[in-house]
Design a protein around this ligand. Structure first.
Ligand SMILES: NC(=O)C1=CN([C@@H]2O[C@H](COP(=O)(O)OP(=O)(O)OC[C@H]3O[C@@H](n4cnc5c(N)ncnc54)[C@H](OP(=O)(O)O)[C@@H]3O)[C@@H](O)[C@H]2O)[C@@H](O)CC1
Ligand SMILES: [K+]
Length: 548
């Protein structure tokens, strides 16, 4: 697993390193050298380095001097004369580079800059790093546009300029890098939001031997999962199992308005490996569901006049739930006093439970959007998995009109719910372009799925996948976030396979369902390969961080 640190904690590690004898000047020297090493790997002849006025620019000046020493033709581009730099560290390294013979250009015109960039093999972006805020001001906004027009390889220092390394937001122009050499630790904004498009591949430069320890001590906001981490939650060998030992799933879902959500969730649970799936729907939609589900029994329950579950069916639903290995409640169910009653009754049953979509909205209604104020509702012995997207997360975590707008905000909201519960029985799977699986002790980041998964019904498919994965059983509740992350990766991989079959813009949720079985097999294989050490780092099924 790779730790991810908030920016303020990266600064804390930087301070701790200075206390352990690695000065800031030495850190900057090592940062610049790490960048130079990455640039040298492509054996360039001409390199342009765009240096800003803070310490990110300082890293750029160090890299310039190093590359100059290595015989590369380097040209630094700066907005002001290096003598005028306010940061004492940046001033020191800029002076050193100039004294060593590095040539530089101050405030070039756009045409001059374009000519310089087009004659370079590599462009190093050292304009703005973790001290960036707002949107890039002039002249950086124009310079960034020129960087994005060049055909040269772009290497970003620490973070692509214009991207917030904390939030993943890029409110103005932002550099599209081929590679980002990031210092000390991964930061949330690099692997979420716009960061996923802007960073290219990420190279981590720890800068000191103490860094690994200090990063862990700084309490990472989350951990990014690697394939081998999933060994503990792999399904058991398929040789000697029958349909019951693979676990049974009860799906409680659907309404007259949304029968498809129930159908897809049930199909996904079956494709994701559950041995036996039963779908429970309001009786007014039972026939349409049966027409679509040949292998899955459909049980109709009393409906309201609107075609939603009626409270009359509550006792029967609970009694069926008690016999299942895992229960999924919510997709397409609608929200009413009756569905709230069904959701709350299922929370009291003793089986592992996944609450998705309208079951989460029901929770929001039961708690006036402050689930964290009602922990007794969700405190239970068996595992509970909540799978909110960001608007649903806002509705259960106290910000219905202001849903979390970044990975870190989503993790924080999920933690409010999980910490209110306080036990290892709960995991909030905060869905988004980057999904976090938040348990009481750890937040895990499965590798994100492709953009093709942003399609109607994708959430229903994930919910079915999650329930099937949970139905296999857990050795210990402490593994719950890892199991949830595993289900997310199977779903993501199915999305990738579906995009290969149908094109990235042509994927429908049913295409993802069709690929779940193959995706499960591929996940198992890649975990086994990674564990046995045979897998190359960043194997095909799990690209490290996507390129442009
Ligand atoms: N952490 C570590 O361990 C290590 C960190 N290191 C490096 O230090 C970097 C952080 O350095 P940093 O704190 O000096 O900030 P940095 O990103 O250079 O930006 C500050 C400058 O940008 C300006 N500016 C801000 N917003 C702007 C805008 N919208 N548009 C235009 N300008 C804007 C801002 O101006 P101001 O707001 O002050 O007016 C100020 O002049 C970090 O990313 C890494 O590369 C390594 O050297 C060693 C180890
Ligand atoms: K940068």
């Amino acid at each position: 697993m790779q730790p991810v640190l908030n920016i303020e904690d990266v600064r804390q590690v930087e301070q701790s390193l200075t206390l352990e004898g690695v000065s800031l000047a030495e850190l900057m020297r090592r940062a610049g050298h790490a960048v130079a090493q990455e640039v040298l790997a492509s054996r360039p002849q001409r390199v342009a380095i765009l240096c800003g006025t803070g310490n990110n620019g300082g890293d750029g000046w160090v890299a310039a001097e190093r590359l100059h020493e290595a015989g590369v033709a380097v040209q630094v581009v700066a907005p002001q004369d290096p003598q005028d730099l306010k940061s004492s560290l940046a001033l020191m390294v800029a002076k050193s580079a100039v004294a060593a013979g590095v040539s530089y250009t101050v405030a070039p015109s756009t045409d001059e800059l374009a000519a310089l960039l087009s004659s370079s093999d590599v462009v190093v972006d050292a304009l703005l790093g973790t001290g960036f805020h707002g949107a890039p001001a002039a002249p950086f906004d124009l310079w960034i546009q020129e960087v994005n027009r060049t055909s040269a390889t772009v290497v970003a220092v620490d973070v692509p300029s214009g991207l917030s390394a904390q939030t993943g937001h890029a409110p103005g122009q932002a550099v599209y890098a081929d590679t980002t050499v990031t210092m000390i630790s991964l930061k949330p904004g690099l692997i979420s939001g716009r960061g996923r498009d802007l960073c290219g591949s990420i190279v981590l430069a720890p800068l000191a031997s103490q860094t690994d320890r200090l990063v862990v001590e700084a309490d990472p906001v989350a951990w990014r999962c690697d394939a081998q981490d999933y060994l503990e939650v792999l399904p058991c060998d398929t040789q000697d199992i029958d349909k019951y030992s693979r676990g049974s799933v009860l799906v409680v879902a659907g309404s007259l308005r949304f029968p498809g959500a129930a159908i897809m969730a049930a199909q996904a649970a079956a494709r994701a490996g559950a041995g036996y799936v039963t779908l429970v729907v309001p009786d007014r939609v039972a026939t349409v569901c049966r027409t679509h589900l040949l292998e899955i029994p459909v049980v109709g329950m009393p409906s309201t006049p609107e075609g939603q579950f009626s409270v009359e069916g509550k006792a029967q639903i609970v009694s069926m739930a008690e016999k299942a290995s895992a229960v999924l409640c919510g997709p397409g169910m609608g929200v009413s006093a009756d569905t709230v009653a069904v959701t709350s009754a299922l929370l009291e049953c003793s089986r592992p439970l996944v609450l998705d979509a309208d079951a989460l909205n029901a929770l929001g209604r039961m708690t006036t959007n402050r689930l964290d104020n009602f922990p007794e509702l969700i405190r239970r012995e068996a595992p509970l998995v909540l799978t909110p997207h960001r608007r649903e997360l806002g509705r259960i975590a106290g910000t219905p009109n202001d849903p979390p707008d970044s990975l870190t905000a989503a993790l924080e909201a999920a933690r409010r719910v999980v910490w209110a519960d306080g036990g290892t029985d709960i995991c909030v799977v905060a869905k988004g372009e980057a999904t976090g699986c938040v348990g009481v002790e750890i937040a895990l980041l499965p590798k994100p799925g492709p953009a093709a998964l942003a399609t109607a019904g994708s959430g229903d498919v994930l919910a079915g996948t999650m329930a099937a994965t949970l139905a296999r059983g857990l050795e210990s509740n402490e593994l719950l976030p890892l199991l949830c992350a595993y289900a997310c990766e199977v779903h993501g991989l199915a999305g990738t396979l579906a995009a290969e079959n149908c094109g990235s813009r042509g994927v429908m949720a049913s295409d993802v369902i069709a690929c779940l079985g193959l995706a499960s097999d591929a996940m198992e294989e890649s975990v086994s390969m990674a564990v046995s050490g045979a897998a190359q780092e960043g194997d095909a099924a799990h690209p490290q961080v996507s390129g442009r």
